[in-house]
Design a protein around this ligand. Structure first.
Ligand code: SAH
Length: 352
């Protein structure tokens, strides 16, 4: 029988579970604190719990921790890329980025991805499986322990489509922002989606103060479909309407992500249209010059074109940030370190 994954339980569920098994309710709070605040790597660290209780936990339950396979540190900007091994042997990657305003961790939400965006390295091998809440939390917990630095921001922008793993995602956010855990402010959590409309609608009802980022990448349905197959399922108009509703319901400003691809979406006309859409949604725009992916032939526009694109947005009154690729020297772009690892170790990384 599958064991219960303790780190994915809410405090209330943990209390219920332990009481059901004849333990005292206060033990749940102690255990919760060891897992989510002190970030214990195993039961043996939990010194204020009786030894017999710890041994019983060990045999009865699953305690998920991630193993660090590799850490690469960028000499350019201090960005660290982590490659982790999950309990079942799959590997995933996460990134620690150091900003003036604090440390930000970019986590994966799935092993692989089934959304198939044309420019994305994560999409190449398809979806292996969803990550559990504990496996999403552990990426942050291990990075905080390994670096010895507090993580204040979390972006769900690594491998995977978070809204394709909806229940685990929402549970993860509640655990991450729980006052008896790391207690990260919901305002400092960003979830990025390729545009799964029912997921956006559900998320707007969760009463969460997180930031929603929409990966837009194109301003017409026609062009978007060419880059992102999900647009065949949920058209541009429908996605924009769902985002508008999200803003109205939650009062949270949206972010539009826009990967600039030379000759595909970088014209003056594109910039004007993007400014119009961002204005209607009261959204901030993040411009990301497309990261070259070995298996793909998308190229980023020349510097001058990128600068002009940004200026065109600003001239229309739109706030735009140009996201310089962080950790360029350490395979900073999404999914690339994992793919290289899989190729090296012959784990099906080069089937395409
Ligand atoms: N599935 C989610 C989150 C993961 S991808 C989403 O689609 O938003 C995080 C962001 O990186 C998305 O905006 C995605 O479109 C973008 N991205 C993926 N590959 C990229 C590349 N090669 N260059 C630039 N941006 C890329």
């Amino acid at each position: 029988m599958e064991q219960i994954d303790l780190k994915s339980l809410t405090l209330e569920e943990l209390q219920e579970e332990l009481v059901r098994r004849g333990e005292k309710a206060f033990r749940a709070e102690q255990l919760y604190q060891w897992m989510h605040e002190k970030l214990a790597e195993d039961f043996s660290e939990m010194t204020n719990l009786p030894k017999a209780f710890r041994e019983w936990l060990e045999t009865e339950y699953e305690y998920v921790t991630l193993e660090i396979v590799e850490v690469r540190r960028s000499k350019l900007d201090g960005t660290c890329k982590y490659l982790f091994r999950l309990p079942d042997g799959h590997v995933i990657e996460s990134v620690l980025m150091r900003y003036h305003h604090g440390n930000s961790v970019c986590i994966s939400s799935q092993v692989g991805c089934r959304m198939g965006c044309r420019f994305c390295a994560s999409a190449i091998g398809g979806l292996e499986r969803n990550l559990r809440p504990s496996e999403m939390l552990e990426q942050i917990y291990r990075i905080q322990t390994d670096s010895g630095e507090r993580v204040s921001n979390v972006v769900v922008m690594g491998t995977g489509e978070p809204l394709d793993n909806y229940d685990n995602l929402v549970r993860f956010i509640r655990l991450l922002t729980h006052e008896k855990g790391l207690n990260i402010s919901q305002r400092n959590v960003t979830v990025s989606t390729c545009g799964i409309v029912p997921g956006i609608e559900r998320l707007s009802e969760e009463n969460l103060a997180i930031t929603l980022a929409l990966s837009l990448h194109a301003v017409t349905q026609e062009k978007r479909r060419e880059l992102m197959p999900i647009a065949n399922r949920y058209g541009l108009e429908e996605v924009l309407r769902a985002c508008g509703d999200y803003f109205r319901k939650t009062g949270r400003r949206l972010t539009l992500e826009y990967s600039l691809v030379a000759g595909a979406n970088d014209s003056t006309e594109d910039a004007r249209e993007l400014a119009k859409l961002a204005g209607l949604l009261h959204a901030h725009v993040n411009l990301i010059p497309v990261n070259p992916v070995t298996e793909r032939d998308f190229v980023r526009p020349r510097e001058k074109i990128i600068d002009n694109f940004k200026k065109n947005l600003e001239n229309c009154g739109i706030n735009a940030t140009l996201r310089r690729e962080m950790g360029r020297d350490i395979d900073g772009a999404c999914g690339q370190l994992r793919r290289k690892y899989m190729k090296r170790s012959g784990k099906g990384g080069d089937e395409c």
